[in-house]
Design a protein around this ligand. Sequence first.
Ligand SMILES: Cc1cc2nc3c(=O)[nH]c(=O)nc-3n(C[C@H](O)[C@H](O)[C@H](O)COP(=O)(O)O)c2cc1C
Length: 187
Amino acid sequence: MKVMILTGSNRKEATSTKMAEHAAHFINQQGEQVTLFNLHKRPLPFYSPDESYAEHEHLSALHQEMLTANAIILITPEYHGSMSGVMKNALDHLGQTHFNGKVVLSASSAGGAVGVSSLLQLQAVVRNLHGINTPDWISIGGMQRKRFEIEYDGYEGGQEIEDRIRLVLESFLNLARKINSPAGAAL
Ligand SMILES: Cc1cc2nc3c(=O)[nH]c(=O)nc-3n(C[C@H](O)[C@H](O)[C@H](O)COP(=O)(O)O)c2cc1C
C-alpha cells in the first residue's frame, strides 16, 4: 500500500512537517510505502481555473503521487482557525480523481491547546472530494509542539504524544488496508 502525506506549512522548521516525517518513519516501519510531499520545498502556483498548469513540475508530481496513493494524510498548521492557505491552494488543484474512495487522515499543529477548526475544515474538503475521513484525527497544540521543534530534547510529555500519534496511525493503516483489500475494493 502507498501512503501519501501532504504537508501544508510554508515554514522551514515547521512542527507540522516534523510530525509528518515522524509519521512517515512509523508507516515505513509498518511495511508500507510512503511519499511525503512538502509544499514548502515544492511550492505550487496559485490555483486559477483559467490555467492548465500542464508543464508545472511540482504540480505534475503532486497529481501523479496523489493518483497512485492508496491512502492519504493531510497535515496543516492552524492559521486563523483554518487550514493554511498553502494547504487550501494545493487542495484546490486536486479533485475527486485523487481522493475518491481513499482513506484520509487529517492532522494539525496549533498555537492553542488544540487545532480542531482546521481539522473540521480539512474533513469537509475530504468529504467534498469523496474521500473517506478516518474517525480519529491528530492535533498537536501549545506545549505539545515542543516534541516536533528542532531543539527537542526529550521533554517528559513527548512520549505521550508519540503514543497517541502511533495509535491514530495504526487505526488509519488498519482501515486503509481493509479498504484496499480485495473485499474492500468490492464495496
Ligand atoms: C498567520 C497565523 C495564524 C495563526 N492562527 C492560529 C489560530 O487561529 N489558532 C491557533 O491555535 N494558532 C494559530 N497560529 C499559530 C500556529 O498554529 C502554530 O504556530 C503552529 O504550530 C504553526 O505550525 P508549524 O510549526 O507547522 O508552522 C497562527 C500562526 C500564524 C502564523
